[in-house]
Structure formats: structure tokens, C-alpha cells
Design a protein. Sequence first.
Length: 75
Amino acid sequence: MTRQFLPEVRHVVDTAMNHVPDALSKPHQCKEWLISPDLAQRRIAIASLRARLAQLLGMVKTLNILGMATIHAFE
């Protein structure tokens, strides 16, 4: 089953995804967007934080896998 978004929601999602890399590289701007009265900017900031968290979790998982492989290699 595919999800169909309202045009306004799709616009916010598309805008957020286009700005996520910018917000990740400029944390001070992301902080300003979180307290912005503009709802679209707050959603972009939240999306960028989620993306950053996903990146960090991916790194942790990769390190865990490498660590486990190293442990098994020396057993």
C-alpha cells in the first residue's frame, strides 16, 4: 500500500530533505530553526537532527560489527 501525501505535506518533506545536509553542516542554524516560529523551519531542524542521529547510530552499529569481527578473529 502506498502512502499519498497532501501537497503541503509533500512540500514540507521535500524541503526538509533538501535542507537536511545543510542543517547537518551548520548546527548553529539548526538550533535557530528549532526555536523559529516558522513551522516549516522547525520541521526541517527536526528532520536534520533525526538524520544526524541515524548517521551516528549507523556508525555505532558499524563499530560494533567491526568489534565483534575482531573479537571472533582472535578467538
